[in-house]
Design a protein around this ligand. Structure first.
Ligand SMILES: [Zn+2]
Length: 272
């Protein structure tokens, strides 16, 4: 079957696009479509991914690009951010000049719906540090991505994710450094609070030295690859727990920093 798409109304009106975005179908019938096409044209993976929901908290340099690629992967989304698009965001975030002064999650939702209409997208323009019913929103997630720019929000989300036992990945970037920390809150897994504290607060470093504009995007896509691995096989979670992946992109250097669960951690050390 050859699909012909020339205009948006072709996309809207064709029943073949109802459940899958067009290029997935095209790739299924085109064996020469390249590595990416082969990967996502696998019906099992495509349907598996479409059964999952990822919540992104923080739709800045990391979260805004990750949201787009999650949508292109046919995975459902919940977007959370309190901010409106500012002129200074255009340097490294997935917004354009027409988005200025509008809510980030509204802009992202609108953009992503033009890419993939077959996924569901919820968005919340809320401050997670003040919002009381955050647990109710996060409870719908299969996976949580934390890409906020302050320690207070990360600590609060860590506590809620721990209580819900939802796999969560914490992402940060400063200067030419990117950091990825994953936890599944199993009894073997350290949580965000086990390691991160004021001494190694990447956000203080971010305020001091800024960040190279490409780094947040690279961090987000590396993290999404980890999520693919986990969605394909839950056992892969074990590969990523108790480790901080630190990327030094100026020197093309990846370090795995191993650390064990902190048995004095006030979040995850509850005798489980
Ligand atoms: Zn802990």
């Amino acid at each position: 079957m050859q699909l012909k798409i020339k205009k948006e109304k072709d996309y809207e009106n064709n029943k073949n696009y109802k459940n899958n975005i067009p290029f997935f179908n095209i790739n299924e019938n085109n064996k020469n479509c390249g590595i990416c096409g082969s990967y996502f044209s696998d019906t099992k993976i495509r349907n598996l991914f479409n059964s999952k929901t990822i919540t992104i908290i923080g739709c800045g340099g990391i979260g805004s690009y990750m949201a787009e690629f999650i949508a292109r992967s046919n995975i459902n989304l919940i977007l959370i951010d309190k901010d409106k698009v500012d002129f200074t965001n255009l340097e490294r975030q997935n917004y354009n000049i027409k988005d200025l002064n509008k809510n980030k999650t509204d802009c992202l939702k609108k953009k992503i719906k033009k890419i993939n209409k077959s996924i569901s997208i919820e968005n919340y323009n809320i401050d997670v540090t003040k919002y009381e019913n955050l647990q109710d929103i996060l409870d719908e997630s299969d996976f949580i991505v934390v890409a906020t720019d302050n320690m207070e929000s990360k600590k609060k989300i860590n506590e809620i994710s721990y209580s819900l036992k939802i796999p969560t990945i914490f992402l940060s970037a400063y200067s030419n450094i990117g950091e990825i920390f994953f936890t599944n809150y199993s009894k073997e897994s350290s949580c965000f609070n086990c390691f991160y504290n004021k001494k190694n607060d990447s956000h203080i470093k971010l305020k001091q030295v800024g960040v190279i504009p490409t780094i947040p995007t690279i961090v987000s896509l590396n993290a999404l690859n980890i999520i693919y691995e986990i969605f394909k096989n839950k056992k892969n979670e074990e590969k990523f727990i108790n480790t901080i992946l630190r990327f030094d992109f100026a020197n093309i250097n990846i370090t795995k920093i191993k650390f064990n669960k902190n048995n004095k951690c006030e979040v995850c050390n509850d005798g489980i």
